[in-house]
Write a protein of this length. Sequence first.
Length: 240
Amino acid sequence: MQAVILAAGLAKRLRPLTDTTPKCLLDVKGKNLLHRTMENVISCGINDFVFVTGYRENMIKDYLRNNFGSVNIKILTNTDYANNNNSYSLWMTKDYIKDGFVLLDSDILFDAGIVSKLLADSHDNAAAVNVTHKLDDEQIKVRVDGSGRILEISKIVDIKEAAGESIGIEKFSRPFADEIFKILDRKILEENNVNEFYEKTFEEIIERNDPGNSIYSVDVSEYECMEIDTVEDYYNAQKI
């Protein structure tokens, strides 16, 4: 099992905090987000990482080399990070995925138990979902059926029908990864569609209604987690 961590973005909404520092290196009570993410994932038995970096990537590379030199890390450079989105960064990893993988955004403050529960789930493809009533229009929300199979995953899911927030940590099998990269090949190489969130690709697979390529919701609401997008989020994270 590998971990794919996407850390290329500019994080404009966190300025001025990110004027000289990539988002994942922002300190939260003595440890930055990247360090916390690495410790959490390694504690779950994963020691093989693929990173996609862009903005101030040398700072990330130096930090990983100085603090996590004992694990296997492949770093890919998204040179046009200012003009594309995380679907493009995910597409860049296609030749480096060996088998199943855990996908993580680099701006999440989360408990290691979330990754552990996701890995232990019996479904090959699963998304960590915070089952909460505190939903808003900016969150990536999920709608599920009675078995927990995700029927919709996007910001535009009706809040009244949403089971919760997808927090940006997923587990995928190798066959599902193949489907992701087929779609991204078409979007990026043929359609020049480089500015999407990767959930749009997940939805395209979900809409096929193929039982073998379903994504299931894993309730992780017993654990603390939050995405850090804004300065306000950052200061709230310090309190958590």
